[in-house]
Ligand binder design. Structure first.
Ligand code: KG4
Ligand code: ZN
Length: 346
């Protein structure tokens, strides 16, 4: 089955063509640059830009896969969570193409897309359930237990900000570019993590918290005369070290609580972070677990190919309807809830 997937939940306009849930024929992502001036995503700007870009991105994905709409069996679209305006554009685009070409449209939850990103480019036999899945992005920080492809159990989650958002805010405080993750990670490699002491939030618990860590960075910066390059590097190093400590401590505890999980999947935008990858690789080796990362960095950040992978696993559990769809940013990951996005017209 050949799928055209559309993903517009935040600030990237994405389209992909995927065969059989794991063979990526194309994966096009148009990042929106306008938000850089604001240090974060501006929802209204994001929706407008998606509306301007989706058609070109879909055409590029079809062309790169050397196909046309006639070669597509199924359309897949993210319906939750995310920014309502952004989701609406993707859903409208998918419904429009579906109606025009008489192709069914399958709704998918964005976080299931991140979870399924480990399947892209891999032989299905490499994926072993149950697994633990650490999903860290700009909007989410969750540790999930995946027993099957329709229900995910929350093992731990952030009580306030997402870890990626904290990377972005630390970068903003230091006068660095958006998104902050890549630049903070890079500068951290040249800094001294001991110059500044940061607190370990919710030490001894499974849940995460990042707002106190951001506030601690802010307080340190109040105490410096000038944000020099050395200050930038040392703050980034201290922050990066604490992020590694936060995740490794919790995952070690979770390995003991869920001995049946053989694999740890590490997905979402922050899974591009090399320091975290290395630390989790070591931790998994010590506990005889296997670490699975998306095979390509392009599958870590938001992309449409991962939505096709999730849809592939869930296709028998979602009853498709010929009805308009309304995205719902608050939808749970329970696949049964996807039925609620179809709007019944009286
Ligand atoms: O998954 P994603 O593309 O979008 C959301 O769903 O949020 O994740 C984007 C987040 C941003 O906060 C960005 O700063 C972070 O991922 N990120 C990183 C790295 N690359 C991207 N964080 C840490 N280290 C990185 N190398
Ligand atoms: Zn995401």
């Amino acid at each position: 089955m050949r799928v055209l997937a559309i993903e517009t939940s935040c600030d990237d306009t994405c389209a992909a063509v995927v065969e059989g849930g794991n063979a990526v024929l194309s994966n096009v992502r148009k990042a929106q640059t306008a938000h850089a001036n604001w240090g974060g995503v501006v929802p209204e700007l994001a929706a407008r830009q998606h509306a301007a870009d989706w058609r070109g991105v879909v055409e590029a994905a079809l062309a790169a896969a050397q196909t046309t709409m006639e070669g597509i069996d199924q359309i897949v679209v993210s319906v939750a969570p995310g920014l309502m305006g952004s989701l609406l554009v993707g859903v409208q685009a998918a419904m429009h193409l579906g109606a025009l070409w008489s192709i069914p449209v399958q709704p998918v939850h964005h976080i299931w897309g991140h979870v399924a990103s480990v399947c892209l480019g891999r032989n299905p036999s490499e994926i072993k359930l149950p697994a633990l899945c650490l999903t860290i992005s700009g909007g989410h920080t969750q540790l999930l237990k995946i027993d099957n492809w329709t229900t995910a159990k929350m093992v731990a989650e952030t009580r306030d900000d997402a870890c990626g958002e904290a990377f972005d805010k630390v970068a903003k405080m230091l006068g660095l570019t958006y998104p902050g993750g890549p630049v903070v990670s890079q500068l951290a490699k040249a800094g001294n993590p001991e110059t500044y002491t940061l607190p370990h939030p919710l030490r001894g618990q499974l849940d995460f918290s990042f707002s106190g860590l951001k506030a601690a960075v802010y307080r340190h910066l109040q105490g410096v005369d000038e944000i020099t390059e050395t200050v930038q590097k040392d703050i980034c190093a201290a922050f990066q070290v604490m992020v590694v400590e936060v995740f490794t401590k919790r995952i070690e505890a979770v390995f003991d609580l869920h001995p049946d999980a053989q694999q740890l999947w590490f997905v979402g935008g922050v899974s591009a972070n090399t320091q975290l990858r290395d630390a989790l690789e070591n931790l998994c080796a010590q506990h005889q677990k296997e670490l699975l990362l998306p095979v390509d960095f392009a599958y870590c950040t938001d992309n449409a190919a991962m939505m096709a992978a999730a849809a592939w696993h869930q296709k028998d559990a979602v009853k498709l309807q010929i009805a308009p769809m309304q995205p719902n940013p608050k939808l749970s990951m329970d696949v049964a809830d996807l039925a609620s996005v179809f709007v019944t017209v009286a």
